[in-house]
Design a protein around this ligand. Structure first.
Ligand SMILES: [Zn+2]
Ligand SMILES: [Zn+2]
Length: 353
């Protein structure tokens, strides 16, 4: 399998981000990303999806959209849409119809920042997902690098401190979001998880002081989504976009917090005599199934079955675990960074039915 590192949920100056696509692409190239997925609010500009080059290096830029009903107060239920290749913001007032339109257009969709509480000190509303009867979406944004600030900053001063030292923000996906995910999985549906940056690189001006809060380069080294696909990128934007979308749709992916240490090389799968499956896949329960986990660096590794910790290991990089029952199995890894144990890797599940 080939690993592709991508950053998704990005705003440019087409909505409330600060830089144009070419500049954002340049930052992504500097950070060594293979692809970025732009999602401006309720707009999908045409003609910008392609490879962007900087010297010898290039990055695939895909144009998605973050859609929500702007007439609603508070403006809850944001949907990340990829691969629909058309602007679907006109369907924002009915999230179920919107999801159907995305599917009909051959796209995929993820519930953005499902748990996103209010931050009264800054006049920020609760913009969690609110339409839980909607079905047919691909998955959820398990970890959102920007909205985690609303969970961690409990006062104005803390928020200001985090603005100057953003590397202290990311702890792990909000517990509320993890519970939402496990509950959705427990209902029997497949729910793929991705990590998003929600990068805006907002500019703040106070007298002579100008500061970019959370620059794109910061986000691109922080919470990324890593996908696994059969073959490497070809350099053809149309072909590579299709394989990337397919991997996200299948959940052949994990969320990696790459700032403490690169998460590249993580693997979670099962090999049998006849087949091999990886995270996101489903396999029939049978005797002698073994889950295999490979960590690219030392960490605490937890195997989660049906939302509960089944086993854990410390600083073991190659792990084999015999499967005794059907269930939804996923992996969480934690590492110490800047004085705290922080989430490092969150895999998609393997569904053993
Ligand atoms: Zn949003
Ligand atoms: Zn956003």
């Amino acid at each position: 399998m080939q690993e592709i590192t991508l950053n998704l949920h990005i705003h440019t100056n087409y909505s409330d981000g600060s830089l144009p696509h070419a500049e954002v692409a340049k930052a992504a190239i500097q950070c060594g990303l293979d692809a970025i997925l732009i999602t401006d609010h309720n707009i999908r500009p045409e003609g910008l999806q392609r490879y962007y080059q900087d010297g010898e290096k290039k990055v695939l830029v895909m144009i998605g959209e973050e859609i929500h009903n702007q007439a609603r107060q508070p403006q809850k239920s944001h949907l990340l849409v990829f691969g629909a290749d058309q602007d679907l913001a006109g369907f924002a007032n009915d999230p179920q119809v919107l999801v159907q339109k995305v599917n009909e257009a051959g796209g995929i969709s993820f519930l953005a920042h499902p748990y996103d509480p209010a931050m009264p000190a800054f006049g920020e509303d609760n913009i969690s997902w609110d339409d839980w009867d909607v079905t047919g979406y691909t998955g959820i944004e398990l970890w959102n690098g920007f909205s985690e600030l609303k969970v961690r900053a409990l006062s104005k001063w803390q928020a200001v401190l985090y603005a100057f030292f953003p590397e202290f923000i990311a702890h792990q996906p909000p517990q509320e979001t993890i519970i939402i995910w496990d509950n959705l999985l427990a209902s029997g549906q497949k729910v793929a998880a991705v990590g998003g940056s929600d990068s805006h690189a907002s500019q703040y001006h106070m007298g002579p002081v100008h500061k970019t809060i959370f620059p794109y380069e910061f986000h691109f080294r922080t919470i990324n989504t890593h996908i696994l696909q059969e073959s490497a990128f070809t350099g053809d934007a149309a072909i590579d976009s299709r394989s990337l979308l397919n991997a996200l749709k299948q959940g052949h992916a994990f969320v990696g917090y790459d700032l403490p240490a690169s998460t590249c090389g993580f693997l979670f799968g099962i090999e049998t005599k006849n087949s091999s499956v990886i995270m996101g896949d489903e396999i029939k329960f049978q005797p002698n199934l073994e889950l295999k986990i490979h960590l690219p660096n030392s960490a605490e590794c937890r195997l989660i079955k049906d939302g509960k910790v089944l086993a854990s290991w410390n600083n073991k990089m190659d792990i084999t675990h015999a499967v005794e029952n059907k269930g939804v199995y996923r992996v969480e890894c934690y590492r110490r960074y800047l004085g705290l144990k922080r989430g490092w890797i969150f895999s998609n599940p393997i569904y053993i039915r």
